[in-house]
Design a protein around this ligand. Structure first.
Ligand code: FA5
Length: 350
């Protein structure tokens, strides 16, 4: 190798050995391999050489060029690894059991609405109960005065397990168990049964802007002596005004459910369109939100409660629809979409 090329090589190796960061390395690359760099300079210096000299010298310079480029590439990898190691060391230890940083996520709108409803009812002395999503035919239908082949079952087709159990179509499926749990306190100590039980429900039905095959309801019951429709209306109104924090137009109309008598449909004025009519309310201006009624004597009897002595009301709030109204969500399907872009808007209410 020519003296000039050899001295460039040694000088390069020395400088490369001293490099500590990527920026310095880039400067060296330009200094040696750039258009005006030392190695390019060597190639340019060949212009007055003979053909033979050009061939020899050119080969040496090209080897040097490859050596320099290779050394720079290796140094680049080395520096990146060092950088990564530095970053890892600066992070400290990683604790897998540390609580999640929730400021990065958000609660689902249904969770928010469920908590609001629970707080309202808890403040009025209701117990909050949890119940299974897989139930028996007795719990979901028979105990609710819906015997086999009753036409009311047509409205609530669902998903059946091989053992005959089913995914519950309504939170009413927990009523029987709740009566049995609290009846002794009612009968022996005169403590009225006051419970709400939110839960996920499933129905085998076509979906549209206001129907999903998986949705949430919140059931509520109150049983005691002299419980009347006035009590029912009071609790419904209180809950709605607390959740919406403003006056909401509601209407009560007769509704048929085999487990209540009399039964009502409580509708609220659609808050998406202000009552004008839109896909969210099936263009009626009203949204079925909370069917309710006075508990049927047969249902109380099935729960071990004497209907001659005790009366009660029950309601089945459509919590998914309540979340839609509260947060102005036009299509119910957005709630099960898992779309973080849509759902993360509700962080503030945490
Ligand atoms: C029932 O499920 C009764 N168990 C409610 C009840 C309880 C009546 C206690 C009387 C006493 P319904 O099928 O109408 O009733 O459903 C109740 C509410 O759940 C509806 O008003 C609606 O808000 C909601 N809902 C029903 N089906 C769907 C669905 N496919 N998608 C979203 N929400 C639904």
């Amino acid at each position: 190798m020519s003296e000039r090329a050899e001295s460039i090589r040694q000088e390069f190796q020395q400088k490369l050995g001293e490099v500590k960061e990527a920026l310095e390395l880039e400067k060296i690359r330009v200094e040696y391999l750039g258009k005006k760099g030392h190695i390019t300079g060597l190639l340019k210096s060949m212009k007055d050489f003979t053909a033979e000299e050009k061939k020899n010298f050119g080969r040496q310079v090209n080897l040097l060029k490859a050596e320099v480029a290779d050394a720079i590439a290796k140094k680049t990898v080395e520096l990146k690894e060092l950088e990564l190691e530095k970053e890892i060391n600066s992070m400290g230890e990683f604790d897998v059991s540390a609580p999640l940083d929730l400021s990065r996520g958000s609660y689902h709108p249904i969770t928010l609405v469920q908590r609001q409803c629970e707080n309202v009812f808890k403040s009025m002395g209701f117990a909050v109960e949890d119940y299974s999503e897989i139930v028996t035919d007795y719990e979901c239908f028979e105990s609710l005065n819906i015997p086999k082949h009753h036409p009311a079952r047509d409205m609530q087709d669902t998903y059946y397990l091989e053992n005959g159990q089913l995914l519950k179509t309504q939170t009413s499926a927990a009523q029987n168990a709740i009566y049995k749990k609290y009846r002794d306190a009612l009968v022996n100590d005169g403590i009225p049964i006051k419970a709400i039980f939110p839960g996920r429900c499933f129905r085998n039905e076509a979906t549209d802007a206001c129907h999903e095959n998986t949705f949430f309801q919140m059931e509520g019951v109150m049983v005691g002596e002299d419980i009347s429709i006035s009590n029912l209306i009071f609790f419904m109104k209180t809950m709605l005004s607390e959740v919406f924090q403003r006056d909401i137009k509601v209407r009560l109309r007769p509704g048929f459910f085999p487990f209540v008598e009399p039964g009502f449909e409580l509708d609220i004025n659609c808050l998406i369109c202000g009552g004008e009519g839109c896909p969210s309310c099936k263009h009626s201006g009203w949204l079925e939100l909370c069917p309710c009624g006075m508990i049927h004597p047969e249902v109380l009897k099935a729960g071990g409660i004497d209907p001659e002595k005790y009366t009660g009301f029950a309601f089945g709030l459509g919590m998914t629809r309540l979340a839609m109204m509260k947060y102005g969500i036009k299509d119910i399907r957005d709630l099960n979409s898992g779309s973080l872009r849509s759902l993360s808007q509700f962080t503030d209410d945490k």
